[in-house]
Design a protein around this ligand. Structure first.
Ligand SMILES: [Zn+2]
Length: 375
């Protein structure tokens, strides 16, 4: 186990493991790469390795108290700095929690507990847009605390691009005077937004988008209630982000796909006045995200039809749908499926803009009729 909790990112794991084994740990790292690829998770894992009582070839033992306390985010050697609200009358130099209202602190604790149970969880506290200067100043306090008997102090600055100017300058000062036995891990999905002087003081570690297979397996491991077909759909729609995949876990993609296919059937066989009403019903209370999701599901289904049309069964995503897709191709044998895919993709792009959803879908319906019925 251990590093296996970090999904994918073989190259990253190798770099960090090697630096640990060779005892060549940098004072500061910059973990950068797309959102949801496991930068925080890897930072927490690395903190565990660095503080474990019996690490073995760069793997934490996962049984000692240090391992447990790091994972539960309760270890005195671990500090995670995130976007936080600014308290009423909070002045520079205050403890970052001192002026916060109790409900803000409760929300913070709740979020940290969530993060401890799922390192891919994205913390989003109310009224917390920036990493505030007092949080960065607090790093000093952590560094100056009497050194724990073993291990290294690890300070994770999550979403570092959200630091304001004074926070960034304060961090720069901290990086300029490396403290012994302290590792600072700066994480960001937008490293271009960081001061070049901060970047130049860190060892860069790049995180890649996760592969669909990695996401699928990760989702299956973490969620007993998800079956393989659902996990495949989730992985397809997550765009390489495990955070995105986890958001999709709560939504019943298979049911949404069924509903979308029903809508497609009705568009093809019913009169316009009827299917227009159905589109309105389908839209109901859906927000734009839900509509995009449904259109993406439809797109994957039609892509499967395209794949099957070319007698290639290997690329099929909706494995449970092969029979009905085959019937569909058989029935609409003149359909121009490439045009269908193009139309759906165009509609997805339009839904993201501020255009009436029903207008986008009705227009799409006419295009689909034309491309599939060829009339
Ligand atoms: Zn351990």
């Amino acid at each position: 186990m251990g590093w296996n909790l970090v999904i994918g990112q073989k190259r990253v794991k190798k770099i960090l493991r090697r630096s640990f084994i060779a005892d060549k740990i940098s004072h500061a790292y910059l973990f950068h790469g797309p959102e949801g690829t496991g930068k925080d998770a890897a930072a927490i894992e690395f903190a565990k390795v660095l503080n474990c009582e019996q690490p073995d070839h760069g793997e934490a033992c996962n049984t000692c108290t240090h391992c447990h306390r790091i994972v539960s985010l309760q270890h005195p050697n671990l500090k995670i700095i995130i976007r936080m609200p600014v308290g009423k009358n909070e002045k520079e130099g205050d403890d970052p929690f001192q002026k916060l209202e109790p409900k803000m602190i409760a929300e913070y604790r709740q979020a940290m507990a969530e993060k401890a149970s799922n390192p891919y969880y994205r913390i989003n506290l109310s009224d917390a847009n920036k990493i505030k200067i007092n949080s960065i100043r607090d790093i000093r306090r952590t560094i100056n605390l009497a050194r724990a008997e073993r291990g290294k102090k690890v300070i994770i600055i999550s979403e570092a691009d959200t630091m304001n100017d004074s926070s960034a300058n304060s961090l720069l000062k901290t990086l300029e005077e490396p403290a012994p036995n302290t590792v600072i891990i700066v994480t960001t999905s937008h490293h271009d937004a960081l001061l070049p002087t901060i970047i130049s003081r860190c060892q860069m570690v790049r995180f890649e988008l996760l592969r669909e297979e990695e996401i699928k397996n990760g989702i299956l491991e973490m969620n007993e209630s998800i079956d393989e077909q659902q996990a495949i759909l989730i992985a397809k729609m997550a765009n390489g982000s495990f955070h995105r995949a986890q958001e999709l876990v709560g939504t019943d993609l298979v049911a949404q796909r069924e509903q979308m296919i029903d809508v497609l059937r009705n568009i093809l066989v019913r009169s316009p006045s009827m299917w227009m009403r159905e589109i309105e019903e389908f839209l109901g209370p859906k927000d734009r995200y839900a509509v995009v999701r449904s259109l993406m599901l439809l797109n994957l289904w039609v892509r499967d039809a395209l794949v099957l049309q070319h007698n290639n069964r290997e690329g099929i995503i909706n494995l449970d749908q092969q029979e009905s897709i085959a019937k569909f191709i058989d029935h609409f044998n003149k359909a121009d499926l490439t045009a269908v895919v193009r139309s759906i993709e165009r509609a997805i792009a339009l839904v993201g803009k501020n255009i009436y959803l029903s207008l986008v879908l009705i227009n799409l319906a006419f295009e689909l009729r034309q491309a599939i019925l060829r009339q």
